[in-house]
Design a protein around this ligand. Structure first.
Ligand code: 5GP
Length: 190
């Protein structure tokens, strides 16, 4: 029987499918309070400000950093900046909600420093070969780019022992149900 932690952090290697698992949870588990991150990335079609992300300009993001408003923040893939706002997360934890953060590894390490009592879950691929398949994609990348992604994937996979639990993303629904159980909630019957 797992305890019911207030805060659970889900992280894992690039291309493992964290976004798909958290979207499944957003759509199927309204009892989970899924944190909405701030980002400097432009919205993709269908993304709504305040629902999928708080979309910020670089200047707005920088002033939030300077004001100490972030629990964690990081530049992801050397491109855009993403961060979790302290105020909303702390309020949700104080209200006794089951809070889930879906963030990158750098962010997870910062949360571990700030809130060591949180639960850290690593989302892993079913195998290294499957991660290679997801990372390399449709073969549209150059050989150098593929090599760079594989090196990154190897380094990211090596972070697994830093986490309390590993969930294997073999099937999105199964992985989401396992994550919800780790959060001390009851998975929905199929
Ligand atoms: P995307 O742009 O595809 O929505 O997300 C790209 C990456 O940013 C994913 O690996 C996701 O985990 C990460 N990410 C999203 N929100 C945050 C956040 O608040 N903090 C950190 N550190 N990473 C985040």
């Amino acid at each position: 029987m797992s305890k019911k932690p207030g805060l659970t952090v889900l992280a894992g290697p690039t291309a493992v499918g964290k976004g798909t698992v958290s979207t499944y949870i957003r759509d199927n588990y309204p009892e989970v309070w899924l944190s909405v991150s701030a980002t400097t990335r432009a919205p993709r079609p269908g993304e709504i400000d305040g629902v999928h992300y708080y979309f910020k300009s670089k200047e707005e993001f920088e002033s939030l950093v300077a004001a100490g408003e972030f629990l964690e923040w990081a530049v992801v893939h050397g491109q855009n900046t993403y961060g979790t706002l302290k105020s909303t997360v702390k309020q949700a934890i104080a209200e006794g909600r089951s809070v889930l953060l879906e963030i990158d590894l750098q962010g997870a390490r910062q949360v571990k420093q700030a809130l060591p009592d949180a639960q850290f879950v690593f989302l892993a691929p079913p195998s290294w070969e499957e991660l290679v398949r997801r990372l390399v994609g449709r073969g549209t990348e150059s050989a150098e780019e593929q090599q760079r992604r594989l090196e990154t994937g190897k380094v990211e996979l090596a972070a697994e022992p830093e986490f309390d639990h590993t969930v294997i993303n073999d099937d999105v629904r199964r992985a989401a149900d396992e994550l919800v159980s780790l959060m001390g909630l009851t998975p929905h019957p199929r």
